[in-house]
Design a protein around this ligand. Structure first.
Ligand code: SME
Length: 160
């Protein structure tokens, strides 16, 4: 039997994009990213863990996160895991059941699905947003659309 999925709604996505602007304010760099992950994690029930990784050479390095626990994956080689795959491809990845994806690097036993959205600056991937959900199939094309808009905000506030 499928668990009931409490997904992001279109109204909430719209409202959150406005709230993100006021929450970020004039913050830049890590401070802006910390404000973003905190708001996303606390406002969206399906976003159990929210992190932003930054590209550092050939790796993704965890820069800001919000959720119930820290992850051991603080550095991920580009190309490894769902995170590294999305960074390499420069494309959003939605995994509806992580147990069925051989690329998946496990962080939390409770995670059932994941979405990873690259952050671009002038055409290059400078980082990404990684969201883990405790429900199967927690993320839809609406989350993709929403998080890609959030990624553009992260890009606009990227450097300190
Ligand atoms: N699951 C990710 C690793 C990062 S943790 O979810 C925070 C992956 O497969 O790349």
């Amino acid at each position: 039997m499928k668990a009931t999925v409490t997904r992001l709604s279109r109204e909430q996505a719209k409202e959150l994009l406005v709230r993100l602007d006021s929450t970020i304010g004039s913050a830049r760099g890590k401070a802006a990213r910390e404000a973003m992950v905190k708001l996303l994690n606390s406002a969206v029930p399906s976003y159990t863990w929210v992190g932003i990784y930054a590209v550092e050479g050939k790796d993704l390095v965890l820069d800001a996160w919000a959720g119930p626990a820290a992850t051991e994956h603080v550095r991920i080689p580009i190309g490894k895991g769902v995170c590294g795959f999305a960074a390499k491809a420069g494309k959003t990845e939605i995994v509806s059941d992580v147990s069925k994806d051989p690329r998946y690097l496990q962080c939390f036993l409770s995670t059932k699905s994941e979405i990873v959205v690259p952050i671009f600056d002038q055409g290059s991937v400078v980082g990404e947003i990684d969201v883990d959900g405790d429900q199967l199939d927690a993320f839809s094309s609406l989350d993709r659309e929403f998080l890609e808009a959030v990624a553009r905000k992260a890009a606009a506030h990227w450097s300190a």
